[in-house]
Design a protein around this ligand. Structure first.
Ligand SMILES: Cc1cc2nc3c(=O)[nH]c(=O)nc-3n(C[C@H](O)[C@H](O)[C@H](O)COP(=O)(O)OP(=O)(O)OC[C@H]3O[C@@H](n4cnc5c(N)ncnc54)[C@H](O)[C@@H]3O)c2cc1C
Length: 550
């Protein structure tokens, strides 16, 4: 991925479709539209998946709770959404098998009756997942349950095990953006749309873009006037929870549509589960579902669901949210860790569409909507979830086809993403033989870069670990800057690798090492390097302080 070349294209070419926002929705739309032959631009304000799309629970699912709600409320829209999610699981895994895989989830129960209820419910859930090869739901006795997860409470009666999918959300989003570029899109991160220009009929004809990476480089030492214009026949708003700001920028007469809701996760040490399987806690005190999931060798627990209004502020983990999540674990896990054992945490905003009759965000439907504003010619993709990103993109680009009078069919269902085609996990053994590296490093490279794993080691021979406890190596810094558009320390730690999500303190102690290499690769002066390093360290320290996990 070449940012400088793509920036030049944005400045000099006219596009059919300009997509605003490089999360799951925008990157999915960019790939779909490029494969249909449109000339596409994708503009992302921070980094691909910088916001919600890197902060999800990382499940590819129909949603067990939504199925229960659908039956309880006889809500067919909800049921349809569950069915779509279950149908998409297979496609999300097939197209990037290095980044997504099946995951077993165990629901502990405390009586025979409860077990019977969940067995019926999860059998119906499996029934809706037609045409996929995931095993069906199974009722496990107490002994079998402990064979799967030895750390559960001895008070349980039995459990029901079912399957869903799990993905590395940030790297999946990056693979979408990368694949869109491969299909011809001009893809750029660290650039935001700050204004529109209209023709004499009031339709959008161009957008004003700010190059934020320039700002990052000069680091507030002078004001940033690096604006340029991008011309496009159609603009598509895929800005997630910021959707209203772009809708109103295009047409201030419109009503706001979104009710963002904050969800947080905490990261605990692997010993909390001691298992490769996950737990579904079906009901918290206030009627939510909580997942306890192995991710990247640690255990992720979440999520919460609370209305969030200050969209300019990052929704970070707060101390009281930790208490809530640990409390929820207590009836299920024999020995719940102490707050001081928390390694990190992160929050994201669900871009929920407001409905007039529901005040609670947990009741708002997670479905998506494609909205066309006839007055400004802005198309907006609102709401949705990671699981159905491909269907959401298909619906949006089908609508774009109508507006642009160009009827081409969607082909993303059978399109492998970068690194996915001919992927074989066993290849890690060949890498080990050729490069003489530790097993965990070779497996990590295969799982994150797929068939591109070898290329990381061709770009640089620096195979030392960045931190002794994790499999990330220095060669990845070179590769992610040169081939994956990593432009800041946080791009590297939070999204190219997932170290920031896994372990704040390990990340803090690795910032200098990565900063030294980044400074050379990205041409930062000594002052710029020190400013970027201290800014990122201060951010990590503030997370630790606010969560109060010192
Ligand atoms: C806590 C939580 C858990 C979740 N868990 C799951 C799950 O397990 N499974 C599932 O299927 N779904 C899950 N979801 C939902 C899913 O993560 C989201 O629906 C999805 O990531 C939203 O993607 P998006 O692209 O619409 O929004 P975002 O990822 O927020 O992307 C929007 C992008 O637009 C950019 N942007 C904003 N303004 C501008 C501008 N002016 N110019 C340029 N760019 C701009 C932002 O920087 C951002 O990167 C979860 C959500 C949350 C909050």
């Amino acid at each position: 991925m070449n940012r400088a070349k793509n920036l030049e294209r944005l400045k000099n070419e006219e596009f059919d479709i300009c997509i605003i926002g490089g999360g799951a929705s925008g990157a999915g739309c960019a790939l779909d539209a490029s494969l249909r032959g449109f000339k596409v631009a994708l503009i992302e304000k921070e980094d691909f998946a910088a916001e919600t799309s890197s902060k999800s629970t990382k499940l590819i699912h129909g949603g067990v709770r939504y199925l229960e709600q659908a039956f309880k409320n006889l809500d067919f829209a909800q049921l349809r959404q569950v069915k779509h999610g279950l149908e998409e699981r297979h496609t999300v895994i097939r197209n990037a098998p290095h980044l997504a895989h099946p995951l077993a989830l165990i629901t502990p129960v405390f009586s025979w009756l409860e077990g019977f209820y969940f067995k019926i419910g999860l059998t119906i859930y499996s029934f809706f997942a037609k045409n996929d090869s995931m095993p069906k739901a199974e009722w496990l006795n107490k002994k079998e349950t402990f064979e799967h997860i030895p750390t559960l409470t001895p008070k349980l009666h039995s459990s029901v095990m079912y399957y869903d999918g799990q993905l590395d959300d940030a790297r999946y989003c990056l693979a979408l953006a990368h694949s869109a570029e491969e299909a011809g899109a001009a893809v750029v991160n660290h650039a935001s749309i700050i204004d529109f220009e209209k023709d004499s009929n009031g339709k959008l004809k161009s957008a004003i873009v700010n190059d934020n990476l320039k700002q990052l480089k000069i680091h507030n030492s002078e004001s940033n006037n690096e604006h340029f214009r991008i011309n496009s026949k159609l603009f598509i708003n895929c800005t997630g929870s910021h959707g209203d700001s772009i809708r109103l920028l295009a047409n201030p007469k419109q009503e706001k549509r979104l009710r963002p809701s904050k969800g947080v996760h905490i990261m605990l040490p692997a010993e909390v589960l001691n298992s490769k399987d996950a737990i579904l806690i079906p009901k918290t005190k206030d009627g939510r579902v909580i997942f306890v999931i192995p991710f990247e060798g640690e255990i992720m627990v979440g999520t919460t669901d609370d209305e969030y209004l200050d969209l300019e502020k990052e929704p970070i983990l707060m101390e009281q949210e930790i208490e809530f999540l640990l409390d929820t674990l207590r009836p299920y896990i024999a020995k719940v860790p102490d707050k001081s054992e928390i390694k990190s945490g992160f929050g994201g905003l669900r871009p929920l569409i407001a409905s007039s009759d529901s005040k609670a965000t947990k009741k708002l439907v997670r479905d998506h909507e494609v909205e066309y504003d006839n007055e400004s010619n802005l198309l907006s993709l609102l709401g949705g979830k990671w699981t159905t990103y491909r269907l959401m993109a298909k619906d949006t680009i089908d609508e774009a086809c109508k507006i642009l009078s160009n009827d081409v069919k969607c082909t993303t269902e059978m399109h492998y993403l970068i690194g996915g085609e001919n992927y074989r996990f066993e290849e890690w053994k060949n890498i080990q033989k050729t490069f003489n590296l530790d097993e965990d490093i070779c497996q990590h490279l295969l799982k994150k870069y797929g068939t591109k794993a070898n290329e990381i080691l061709k770009v640089s021979s620096q195979t030392e670990r960045i931190h002794k406890d994790y499999p990330f190596i220095k060669a990845e810094i070179f590769y992610t800057i040169r081939e994956e558009m990593a432009g800041s320390l946080r791009d590297f730690f939070a999204r190219r690798t997932r170290m920031e999500l896994m372990d704040w303190k390990a990340t803090l102690s690795s910032v200098d090492v990565v900063g030294d290499i980044m400074a050379i690769e990205l041409n930062w002066s000594e002052i710029q390097k020190q400013a970027n390093i201290s800014e990122y360290k201060n951010l990590l320290k503030s997370f630790i302080k606010i969560a109060n996990i010192n």
